[in-house]
Design a protein around this ligand. Structure first.
Ligand code: HEC
Length: 201
């Protein structure tokens, strides 16, 4: 007998013994015990379902995520601003759910972390006006939402978008410097050179 077949034989005997013992044990359960188990299972089912709903289905875009994005993301992630895509509406956001989870849960000092906020979280001043950074709870909420299929939720929960296109987010600046418009060829080396005088207003 090879080692493998000895193992197979052992497994067979073990499983058979186990099955027979389990069957005998079941026979010994009285009717009262069986009824008790059924009642317990029926009582437990709704509680388990509720717990699952509580942990997973609760996080939705309209109710939980959109308010966070409005505070911390859309100053850059909206049409005409500096980020590559808009995060204003559910349709804008949905394709990016996975990437959003990744970028928001990077280490605080990772330069790729979103939103960009390079304040060390363990030294120095920590209270800033208009601080866009996310709390640990918000980061966990975004991750749970993305992991759960990034559900939209009830459209009625969606907050009004607070930011008019092109509005300054922290008041009108003292000085605005606008570089002249430049057009570069689509396929060309990086451009290093003078761009001419900048207009100040
Ligand atoms: C200060 C401006 C700013 C804020 C605020 C900001 N972002 Fe960004 N975000 C950017 C820029 C710029 C890029 C492009 C960076 C690059 O391509 O290297 C980017 C890239 C991203 C990407 C990666 C896109 C890709 O191409 O893979 C994700 C995801 C993202 N941001 C999500 C967020 C989320 C979520 C928030 C808010 C919690 C946020 N960002 C806040 C400026 C911002």
């Amino acid at each position: 007998m090879t080692r493998a077949s000895r193992f197979q034989a052992f497994r067979f005997v073990f499983e058979r013994e186990y099955t027979v013992k389990a069957a005998e044990h079941l026979k010994m359960l009285s009717l009262v015990e069986v009824l008790g188990l059924v009642v317990a299972a029926v009582l437990a089912a709704p509680a388990a379902a509720a717990a699952q709903a509580g942990s997973q289905e609760q996080v939705t875009f309209t109710k939980d995520i959109a308010p966070i994005f409005q505070r911390s993301c859309i100053s850059c992630h909206r049409p005409g601003s500096i980020a590559p895509m808009s995060l204003l509406t559910y349709e804008d956001v949905r394709p990016w759910a996975r990437s959003i989870k990744q970028k928001t849960s990077r280490a605080p000092d990772d330069p790729d972390r979103m939103p960009p906020w390079y304040i060390e979280k363990n030294v120095g001043i920590q209270k800033f006006k208009d601080d866009p950074s996310l709390t640990k709870e918000e980061i966990a909420l975004i991750a749970a939402w993305a992991d759960n299929g990034a559900p939209r939720g009830n459209p009625a929960d969606m907050p009004d978008i607070q930011l008019a296109d092109g509005a300054w987010t922290i008041g009108i600046p003292d000085l605005i410097v606008s570089s002249p418009q430049m057009t570069l060829p689509g396929v060309a080396p990086d451009f290093y050179g003078r761009i001419g005088p900048a207009k100040t207003t």
